[in-house]
Design a protein around this ligand. Structure first.
Ligand SMILES: C[S@@+](CC[C@H](N)C(=O)[O-])C[C@H]1O[C@@H](n2cnc3c(N)ncnc32)[C@H](O)[C@@H]1O
Length: 204
């Protein structure tokens, strides 16, 4: 889907994926060290980035939908926290110079990309992470297609367990296939098949 498609979806006055953080991220956020610099990939309307900012982390919410990032900024203002928003296509971001300060954590929740781009994003994020950095990732699997409770219809962008290890090289990974009931806004409703990954960036 293009940025224009996402802008159209996010033009709805409600928050498509809700105001509350993703369940898996909320469960794992305690693993982040205090005051972490966190990159939230494809953060959309900011429910996850704002949650982490409320925990005292320094968050960059990256997305190619301007409409989504405007909503993310509004959500942050309402919560009385600040997030930095980066309006950029990940296909361009992968070629950006590395930031001065490495990331302490990378969050990727329901970001379903074409596999070649997905790999490049993982490589760029890995390069930009400090040793000991954390990865929190959740994405739909191909089994989600028959459940029909949310997520993309294109099987190519859905994640298999092995994809995570292939993409995120240089990390100690705990990857699980999980069926769980997801109620995260209008976009995600019901029994779902996901891959969940926790990563610890190995020393270079
Ligand atoms: C299913 S939404 C998930 C949003 C958010 N992570 C959440 O859980 O609420 C996927 C997000 O990825 C963003 N996205 C998809 N492809 C992208 C790309 N190439 N560059 C930047 N953002 C992208 C979309 O705009 C959208 O906000």
């Amino acid at each position: 889907m293009t940025a224009e498609h996402w802008d159209d979806r996010y033009a709805h006055p409600n928050y498509l994926f809700g105001y509350r953080p993703n369940d898996f991220l909320k469960d794992q956020a305690r693993l982040l060290k205090p005051n972490s610099r966190v990159l939230c990939l494809g953060d959309g309307e900011g429910r996850n980035g704002v949650y982490l900012a409320k925990q005292g982390h320094r968050v960059v919410s990256l997305d190619f939908s301007r409409v989504a990032l405007d909503k993310a900024e509004a959500l942050a203002a309402e919560a009385g926290v600040e997030i930095e928003t980066w309006h950029v296509d990940l296909a361009e971001w992968v070629d950006h110079p590395d930031p001065e300060e490495p990331w302490d954590a990378v969050v990727s929740i329901f970001v379903h990309l074409p596999p070649p781009l997905r790999r490049r994003v993982a490589e760029a994020a890995t390069r930009q992470c400090a040793p000991g950095a954390k990865l929190v990732l959740e994405a739909y699997t191909p089994a989600q297609l028959s459940l029909g409770t949310g997520g993309p219809k294109d099987p190519d962008v859905l994640l298999k367990r092995d994809d995570v290890a292939a993409d995120w090289q240089g990390w100690h990974l705990d990857v699980r296939l999980v069926e769980r009931r997801i109620f995260e806004g209008m976009g995600h409703q019901g029994l779902s098949s996901v891959v969940q990954a926790l990563g610890l960036r190995a020393a270079h």
